[in-house]
Design a binder for this molecule. Sequence first.
Ligand code: DOR
Length: 439
Amino acid sequence: MPQHFDLILKNGTCVLPWGEARADIGLLAGKIAAIGDLRLASATQSIDCAHLHVLPGMIDAHVHLRDPGDASVETLESGTRAALLGGIATVFDMPNTTPSITSSEQLEWKRGYAQGRSWCDIGFYVGGAKSNLDDLARLEVEPNVCAVKIFAGSSTGDLLVEDDASLERAMRSGRRPIAYHSEDEYRLQARKPAYEAGGPHRLHAEWRDVECALIGTKRLVGLARKTGRPAHILHVSTAEELEFLGQCRDIASVEVLLNHLTQTDEAYDRLGGYAVMNPPIRDARHMAAAWAAMANGTIDVVGSDHAPHSRAAKERPWPATAAGLTGVQTILPLMLDHVSAGRLSLTRLVDVMGAGPARVYGAVGKGRLALGYDGDVTLVDMKAQRRIEESWIASPCGWTPFAGHLCHGWPVATIVRGHVAMRDDTLLGSPQGGLVTFR
Ligand code: DOR
């Protein structure tokens, strides 16, 4: 008997977990209900995808939506709006807000706050702090928590767990992978005085150097092995760490950022404070290593580390420059541009921005085009050419380090649990994002 669907995506080139195939996709009651030849089926709505690639709804597993915080920079509403416009169907939001999210009460508040405000689906990190180390086992299994996040090196905000004894205590409290900012705090602090006099922004990368990242990662992986607690190392930025982590697949997973795949330290001269982030962008050797790690499978996840700051904070002279870049809206266009340039395949892109984050964080129903999965789909036009412009950026801070970049390939629709939430740069309906469930 011919079936009826809410939405049929007709005749697109679908990036399925087992490779690309031309197929129709039928969505019903927010789920993927059929993949195949649906010419005989009917639908309330259909989209002709003959010239498009059909990807699972893309996930950005690393965003700082700053809510609660400074609404003139970003809010949960504006950040998730930016996500949809950039083809992102799901975000995982970091806990270093003002105040930081470290308790059950705050998580409960955030769950309620996100309803009716989030445009895309959302999961929440809970911050590990010295004050809640023994509570982490309980906090990490609260609804919609993607992971505990621990800043083992200091960055924006007040979260910090730097010593081995506290880190070990955190690792012994719970079972799910912990996501780490892994720069070594001791080396970072020891080197700071030598860099406090100011100077060009590239001093940022000299201060927070390769050793700082490598020592941090080796310490964390050592403790992870000792305790048997999986470690997800965020924003791996050095060739040395990638080589090391390639030998640690038993206990560690790897995130690399779009920025470290796209920018080298020449950006300090071009962008000044707008290139400053933690860990820093580095020289071409490290970018080449990141692409090698893309090719050999070391990378599990690519995220944006979307971390908006006001223009005033970015324009403060170094070392007072705020660290962090906007990115949730531009990560997919730039990754599509990398695909067009032949640096990775669409299948690998879907691996690192779909299946990979879903696997590492245990997100239920996300990251794959497969029967019974959430009806999350990102439609992309690989023939489109479009320049990234600051006027397009939805985050109130209003800037991107990629202004002027011509992208070959562009997201044209974001579908979230069967609802076409963004099409051709227009948001449809109201914020209907839901909360992600994790294993
Ligand atoms: O550059 C960064 N900015 N790195 C981080 O780890 C934090 C982020 C922020 O929240 O500003």
